[in-house]
Design a protein around this ligand. Structure first.
Ligand SMILES: [Fe+2]
Length: 307
């Protein structure tokens, strides 16, 4: 017999991740009922699975979320139900206030989700520990990249890919020896060569994962140090040869690095960093991305102060 009583306070299992609390309430015969709590500004995605045939529905209980369906941005609120059977394209939801919804799937997704989260978190934490950058840096890059992606009207699938790629852009640094990664003085030519390999290492790591979007993000991670004028690395790609998603990560990453204190130098002021972006527009950075980013800077400022 498979009867049991659970509740939001007493779920079968809970996973917490980036402003998102996910609780498994019921499971049996493949079907799962999962409660989600999103903090304001947090994002959640419903993604196609490889070979998946699940029928999936979400029922909004409280709050409101923005979602793009077939190119149209809508707001879902309590009482709304969104269903897909199966999910063919990713949906990205962003909570406009604290939001709760119930997610019902005809195939198990909870373990898949929790293993992706674990994988994602472990990778990001490992980089943070090694590189000296905090997880906050990864989170800021992700939030800002997603804001630019929204302004550029990226497809929901691209938004899902950008979500992973921006958070894990430096994941390849896991494979760089600490003696190089944390060296205080300037790097030798050989060491610099190894350091630059973090793009390729990151691509290889993400290609090995189970999530289709993490796999798709491999190419973006590989390209995040390419330059618009073709003088970047690892492949010296230029202009349209570079994915627009990689151009987004590159601008945001550079700006965050400029405006963050590092052990060996003080942070630039906001206006100095903006000048630096403008100076390198069209050479280092994609001009359109720089333009959109500069328009978003007031929001970026708020985020850095934790407002
Ligand atoms: Fe990097």
């Amino acid at each position: 017999m498979n009867q049991y009583l659970t509740s939001i306070d007493n779920p079968i299992e809970t996973v917490r991740y980036k402003g998102l609390t996910v609780k498994l309430l019921a499971t049996g015969d493949g079907t799962e009922v999962i409660h989600h709590l999103l903090e304001e500004g947090a994002r959640w995605s419903m993604q196609p699975q490889e070979g998946g045939t699940a029928s999936e529905s979400i029922f909004i209980v409280r709050g409101s979320m923005k979602v793009t369906i077939e190119g149209e941005t809508k707001v879902v609120s309590p009482g709304d139900v969104l269903s897909a059977a199966p999910v063919q394209h990713g949906f990205i939801f962003s909570a406009q206030e604290q939001t709760e919804f119930i997610y019902i799937s005809s195939q198990p997704v909870f373990q898949f989700f929790s293993s992706i989260v674990r994988e994602n978190q472990e990778l990001a934490v490992e980089v943070a520990l090694k590189d000296g950058y905090t997880a906050e840096h990864c989170k800021r890059i992700m939030q800002m990249s997603m804001m630019i992606g929204e302004k550029m009207d990226l497809s929901p699938d691209d938004m899902c890919t950008l979500n992973y790629a921006s958070y894990l852009h430096d994941v390849g640094k896991i494979k760089i020896p600490k003696s190089i990664l944390l060296k205080e003085g300037p790097l030798s030519e050989e060491e610099w060569k190894e350091m630059k390999r973090h793009c390729t290492y990151g691509k290889e790591l993400l290609e090995e994962t189970d999530s289709p979007y993490m796999k798709a993000s491999a190419q973006i991670v590989e390209q995040h140090h390419e330059r618009y004028d073709g003088k970047g690395y690892p492949n010296g790609l230029q202009k349209e040869q570079i994915s627009p998603l990689a151009s987004i990560v590159s601008v945001v990453d550079a700006f965050d690095a400029m405006t963050t204190d590092r052990p060996y130098r003080k942070a630039m002021s906001l206006s100095e960093a903006i000048e630096e972006l403008k100076r390198n527009k069209g050479t280092m950075f994609h001009p359109e991305v720089v333009k959109i980013f500069i328009d978003l800077i007031p929001e970026w400022g708020k985020m850095k102060q934790g407002v």
